[in-house]
Design a binder for this molecule. Structure first.
Ligand SMILES: Nc1nc2c(ncn2[C@@H]2O[C@H](COP(=O)(O)OP(=O)(O)OP(=O)(O)O)[C@@H](O)[C@H]2O)c(=O)[nH]1
Ligand SMILES: [Mg+2]
Length: 448
């Protein structure tokens, strides 16, 4: 099975199986839906004037994006190629309303962003199975506030969908890498997201001396080790744009990893299925921990319910049989008790009225007590320390919990007594089954 077929299959099966589960736990399925919907994507981000648009023009072999020394571009431009459509530009307002495109969730960022997104369809063989996203260059923190939308969060949203994220920095602004990195890192799968990021130091022809270069490179490495928390520095592609740089002005022996970078970008579609599976994996694990917590609460509360039920039913039976005797001894009413009427053989249905009322009253008090006191108390207790509902034996689980605790609370707060019988155990089993069986099978399919 090829990757496209597998993606199609995932799209229908995953949607059918997961969408109802996500809805049950008040989780957003649109992220997975968006990833499954479209072509592989490469996101290019970095500081302004780092050469993002120049690289894109080079990749597609056309001057499709404007370039320039000052901050040039203030829009997210999605560039792709579809047969029969040439040089068509679609505004954000159309994109965010198109069901067949994965951009609907960007609507939530507001009009300002929508007016700063567009899709360009051009004739380009390399973009037939891929889209490249050019992004507005990162400015300093104060200017970022003027954009009118949360730029960092939008970057994160695009990063979630991307199969490859090219983080570009020029030697003059190597210090600003941290902000961009942080904006995207939190949105990627914890275990594997790092592999999707490619670090690029561009415009290195502008370092006239080795000392300039090493200073910038050093700053970049220092920042990278700070943000990744790792001692080993990931590969940094050192490049300059052959389209704008006169080769003869570049010192001999100066590094140039442009061809390797371009090859890496061209390979992005082949990581697609793997990334989709990793994303699904991450999000279903999130659903699982919520589901476990809810089910644990349900189990504990059901135990309390059965205690209440046993006591109430026991008392109701006793009162049904002997309640009228008790009443009779206290207030001499009713004159004929159920027991004596049965014993003397003058039993009539009226003898059942008082015992039944007493039994029903007890059952009613029991159920009222459970619903308005015991259930609420259990809920309060669970909300006071929800971490007690799940086992947090590994760091991975602890981190997952930290991220999902809010969702667990939201789910618990929405529960009613009726939910004790609405099959949360089955939902948890379905989540587990998806992770342990379905997902495993999909991973196996891409290995073979
Ligand atoms: N010397 C040199 N100049 C470059 C290189 N790459 C791009 N440029 C120039 O740098 C300027 C900025 O390039 P762009 O491609 O517009 O940069 P950008 O990252 O898209 O910038 P914004 O869209 O504003 O964020 C342009 O004038 C390019 O011609 C390079 O490798 N070396
Ligand atoms: Mg640009």
């Amino acid at each position: 099975m090829n990757e496209k077929e597998l993606q199609k299959q995932l799209q229908t099966k995953v949607k059918r199986k997961l969408e109802p589960l996500f809805a049950r736990y008040k989780m957003d399925f649109s992220g997975i839906d968006a990833t499954l919907k479209w072509k592989p994507m490469v996101l290019i981000i970095g500081n302004y004037s780092s050469g993002k648009s120049t690289l894109i023009n080079e990749l597609v072999g056309q001057d499709i994006q404007r370039t320039g020394q000052a901050p040039t571009d203030d829009s997210f431009t999605i560039i792709t190629s579809d047969t029969g459509v040439e040089n068509v530009e679609t505004p954000g307002s159309t994109l965010v309303n198109d069901e067949n495109l994965p951009f609907r969730h960007f609507k939530a960022f507001g009009e300002k962003l929508i007016s700063h997104i567009c899709l360009k369809q051009i004739a380009s063989p390399m973009l037939e199975n891929m889209a490249i996203i050019d992004s507005p260059g990162m400015l300093d923190a104060t200017s970022e506030n003027d954009r009118g939308y949360d730029y960092m969060q939008v970057l994160g949203e695009f990063a979630k969908m991307a199969d490859l994220i090219v983080l570009m920095f020029d030697p003059h602004k190597a210090g600003t890498i941290k902000e961009s990195y942080e904006a995207i890192r939190n949105t990627l799968p914890e275990k594997s997201g790092e592999h999707r990021i490619v670090f690029v130091m561009s415009r290195i022809d502008e370092c006239d001396h080795l000392s300039d270069f090493t200073r910038s490179y050093g700053t970049l490495c220092w920042n990278m080790s700070q943000m990744t928390g790792r001692k080993d520095i990931p590969h940094i592609y050192l490049t300059y744009a052959p389209s704008v740089v006169d080769q003869s002005t570049v010192a001999e022996g100066w590094p140039q990893e442009r061809p390797e970078l371009i090859e890496k970008i061209n390979k992005a579609p082949s990581f697609r299925i793997n990334h989709i599976l990793e994303d699904i994996d991450r999000q279903v694990n999130e659903v699982q921990i919520v589901s476990e917590a809810v089910f644990d609460f349900i189990k504990r509360t059901k135990k309390i319910f059965w205690k209440f039920a046993n006591i109430s039913v026991g008392v109701a039976i006793l009162l049904f049989l002997f309640g009228d005797v008790l009443l009779n001894s206290l207030i001499s009413f009713p004159q004929d008790t159920l027991i004596t009427s049965i014993r003397t053989g003058v039993f009539s249905l009226t003898n059942l009225i008082i015992p039944s009322i007493m039994a029903i009253a007890v059952l009613f008090i029991g159920s009222f007590g459970f619903t308005s006191i015991a259930f609420k108390q259990q809920l309060k207790k669970a909300l006071a320390s929800p971490e007690g509902l799940v086992s947090l034996e590994s760091t991975y689980r602890k981190n997952l919990w930290e991220k999902m605790e809010g969702k667990v609370r939201e789910n618990l707060e929405g529960l009613t007594v009726g939910d004790l019988w609405s099959n949360y155990g089955r939902s948890l089993a379905k989540v587990k089954n998806f992770l342990n069986n379905d997902l495993k099978k999909y991973y196996e399919k891409i290995v073979t």
